[in-house]
Design a protein. Structure first.
Length: 264
């Protein structure tokens, strides 16, 4: 296993991904209340800066794994390393519903690798960018990019491995802003009925939705309009101006109205 870890660290580095050593696997965890098992190993007393010292230098990598032969492998995310979508799986829920929703609309096409994490979650690897890390806790998704890191196969934590499921030539980038817009769109202020213009602000918001988020945005806005008793005609016009077809937009508005009636 020790040789496998060093060999894997060198392979990642040869691909241009900076790596660093992570605390060796401990099973059981020595301190479940403050788990140290995924932390960088490079101590500050040695002049280190943890994952910020990640490197592609094979001499340094060999020296680290001579010192800590059982160390796990951390990869610093964000260019020149990869960006990684982290799909969590915990006792309170998992991110696979959100992941599959992103997959259905084509936002995950071109991932270079899929890795099963030690908890049964998933890491989807994309070409690295300068985007910052982000989180969508309600959807159990984390975005590891500039300023972050992930553990990589064949590392183990609490006796459970990180396992490569699929690998292919990478080239795609993940647009985190688009992911946020789809799964957690910004909410306009609630519409207030004022004659025929009660949906004007909602309509303007719908008209500005980017591609792949338009239908979800229209549904949310149509729910707010129905709750306020407003005529959804402006929303239909705005949705069509944003690029939705008339039939699709009408069906979405009708679905929102049914949802509001069912909730009353």
């Amino acid at each position: 296993m020790t040789g496998d870890l060093l060999a894997a660290a060198l392979r990642y580095a040869s691909a241009g991904w900076p790596v660093f050593p992570v605390r060796p696997d401990a099973d059981p965890c020595p301190d479940p209340d403050d788990c140290p098992c995924k932390r960088p190993l490079i101590p500050k007393r040695d002049g280190g800066n943890g994952f910020k010292d990640a490197t592609t230098d094979p001499t340094q990598i060999r020296a680290w794994w001579r010192r800590w032969p059982g160390a796990g492998i951390g990869i610093a995310t964000g260019a020149p390393g990869p960006d990684v979508l982290d799909v969590d799986r915990r006792s309170g829920g998992d991110g696979f519903a959100a992941f599959n929703r992103l997959k259905r609309v084509g936002m995950l096409a071109g991932a270079g690798a899929l890795v099963r994490t030690r908890s049964g979650g998933l890491h989807a690897y994309f070409t690295g960018t300068g985007q910052r890390c982000g989180r969508l806790p309600a959807h159990h998704l984390d975005f590891k990019a500039a300023g972050g890191y992930v553990l990589a196969p064949p590392s183990r934590v609490h006796g459970k491995p990180y396992e490569l499921l699929d690998h292919r030539p990478a080239g795609a980038r993940l647009d985190w802003a688009a992911v946020r817009s789809l799964l957690d769109p910004p909410r306009p202020a609630p519409a207030r009925r004022r004659g025929g213009g009660g949906t004007a602000r909602l309509a303007a918001w719908v008209a500005a939705r980017p591609e792949r988020t338009r239908n979800d945005g229209l549904f949310w806005a149509a729910c707010r309009a129905a709750e306020s008793g407003c005529d959804p005609g402006e929303l239909l016009t705005a949705a069509m101006a944003a690029g939705l077809g008339e039939t699709e937009a009408k069906n979405t508005i009708a679905s929102a109205a049914r949802r509001v009636r069912a909730d009353d």
